[in-house]
Design a protein around this ligand. Structure first.
Ligand code: NAD
Ligand code: TYD
Length: 342
C-alpha cells in the first residue's frame, strides 16, 4: 500500500510518519511538505536515509508537485496546513491559501487517480467555543478564528467531494495535541522550553480557558484506525476527555521542569480567544474501536523529557526567525504586564 502524507515534516505529521514506519513496515510512505517555518526535514532524516520514506519538497497548492507526490497512492492523509491561531490573527492569507485551496488541489488529484481513502485532518476548533457540554460530529460549525474558519472551509470542501462524486473522504476533528517535535509556538512546547531557559511563561487573559489535551501518539493510532475502518463520508471526533485549564497546564509544567513560579506572567488576551473545546468521542469508540489511552500527567512528563533530551532541536528553532515572531507577539504584552506588576 502506498500512502502520501502531506505536511509530514510538521509536528503531527512527523509523529505519524514514524508511527507508520514502525507499525506498517510494508507500506510505502511519500511525504510532501513545503517546509514552511513549521516544517523540519531533519525530523525524518533517519527514515529517509534508510529508504523508508521518500521526501518531496513542494506545496499542496501546486498541482504538479501534488501529481508527482500522489502517483500510485491508495491512501492520502492531509496534515499540511497553517496551524497557529495567533499567526492567523496577524496574517490570514496563507491560512486561506493552504487550508482551503491546498485541500482543493489535493482532492482534485485524488479524485483523478481514484485513490482508496483521503483523510482530511481537521480540528475541534471548527465547532467554535463550547462553554458547556461536548461537541458531536453533527453539531453546527461556528469557527471564530481565521485558522478555524479556514480549516472548516477545507473539511467542508473535502466532504463536498464525497457527496458530489463519491470520492472516499473521511474527516477527523482532533483536540489539542502535544508531544515530541511540536514547534515551540504552541502553549506546551513554548512553556516547557521557556521554563528550561528561565524565560517568562506568558499566560493569556485569566488562564482559565480550557482545552482537551491529546497525546500525539494516541492521535496517530486513531488515524491508523480511520485508514483501516473509517466509513467514507464520515466525520470522527478524536479527543482524550482530559480537559485542563491553561493555568493547570502551566502548574504541571512548573512542577516537571522545576522552574520558578515567578516566571508565570498573565498578559493581555488573544482577540476572540475561544474559552473551551470539548469533544464527544463516542462515534470513534463505537466505529473505530479507538480511545485515547495516555493520561495527561504521564504524556506531559514524557513530553518534558523529550524536550530535555532534544535541546539542540528546539534551541536551533528558537535562535532563528522564531525570535522575531516571539518579540512581535509577546514583548509589548510582557512589558505591560510587568508594569502592572502581575
Ligand atoms: P505544524 O504547523 O506543526 O505542521 C504543518 C506542516 O505543514 C509543516 O511541516 C509545514 O511545512 C507544512 N505545510 C504548510 N503549508 C504547506 C503547503 N502549502 N504545502 C505543503 N506543506 C505545507 O502542524 P501540526 O500541529 O502538525 O498540525 C497538522 C494538522 O493537524 C493540521 O492540519 C492541523 O490543522 C491539524 N490539527 C492540529 C492540532 C494540534 O494541536 N497541533 C489539533 C487538531 C488538528
Ligand atoms: P495553542 O497552543 O496556541 O492552541 P489553540 O489556541 O489552537 O488551542 O493555545 C492553547 C491555549 O493556551 C489557548 O487557550 C491559548 C493559550 N496560550 C497562552 O495562554 N499563552 C501562549 O503563549 C500560547 C501560545 C497559548
Amino acid at each position: 500500500m502506498k500512502i502520501l502524507v502531506t505536511g509530514g515534516a510538521g509536528f503531527i505529521g512527523t509523529n505519524f510518519v514514524h508511527f507508520v514506519s514502525r507499525e506498517k513496515p510494508d507500506w510505502t510512505v511519500t511525504v510532501l511538505d513545503k517546509l514552511t517555518y513549521a516544517g523540519r526535514r531533519e525530523n525524518l532524516s533517519a527514515l529517509e536515509a534508510s529508504g523508508a520514506v521518500r521526501f518531496i519538497h513542494g506545496d499542496i497548492c501546486d498541482p504538479a508537485a501534488v501529481s508527482e507526490a500522489m502517483e500510485g497512492a491508495g491512501l492520502v492523509v492531509n496534515f499540511a496546513a497553517e496551524t497557529h491561531v495567533d499567526r492567523s490573527i496577524q496574517a490570514p492569507s496563507d491560512f486561506v491559501r493552504t487550508d482551503i485551496e491546498g485541500v482543493r488541489v489535493l482532492l482534485e488529484e485524488f479524485r483523478r487517480i481514484g485513490g482508496r481513502m483521503f483523510v482530511q485532518i481537521s480540528t475541534d476548533e471548527v465547532y467554535g467555543s463550547v462553554e458547556s457540554g461536548y461537541s458531536r460530529e453533527d453539531d453546527p460549525l461556528r469557527p471564530r478564528s481565521p485558522y478555524s474558519a479556514s480549516k472548516a472551509g477545507g473539511e467542508l470542501l473535502a466532504m463536498s467531494f464525497f457527496h458530489t462524486w463519491g470520492v472516499p473522504v473521511v474527516v477527523t476533528r482532533a483536540s489539542n495535541n502535544y508531544g515530541p517535535w511540536q514547534y515551540p509556538e504552541k502553549l506546551i512546547p513554548l512553556f516547557v522550553t521557556n521554563a528550561f531557559e528561565g524565560l517568562e511563561l506568558p499566560v493569556y487573559g485569566d488562564g482559565l480557558n480550557r482545552r482537551d489535551w491529546l497525546y500525539v501518539e494516541d492521535h496517530c493510532r486513531a488515524i491508523a484506525r480511520v485508514l483501516e475502518k473509517g466509513r467514507p463520508g464520515s466525520i470522527y471526533n478524536i479527543g482524550s476527555g482530559q480537559e485542563r485549564t491553561n493555568l493547570e497546564v502551566t502548574e504541571a509544567i512548573l512542577e516537571l521542569t522545576g522552574a520558578d513560579r515567578s516566571l508565570v506572567r498573565r498578559i493581555s488576551d488573544r482577540p476572540g480567544h475561544d474559552r473551551r473545546y470539548a469533544l464527544d468521542v463516542s462515534r470513534a469508540e463505537a466505529e473505530l474501536g479507538w480511545r485515547a489511552c495516555t493520561d495527561f500527567e504521564e504524556g506531559l512528563a514524557a513530553t518534558v523529557e523529550w524536550y530535555r533530551a532534544n535541546e539542540p532541536w528546539w534551541r536551533e528553532i528558537k535562535s532563528g526567525r522564531f525570535r522575531e515572531y516571539y518579540m512581535a507577539m509577546y514583548s509589548e504584552r510582557l512589558r505591560e504586564s510587568r508594569e502592572r506588576g502581575r
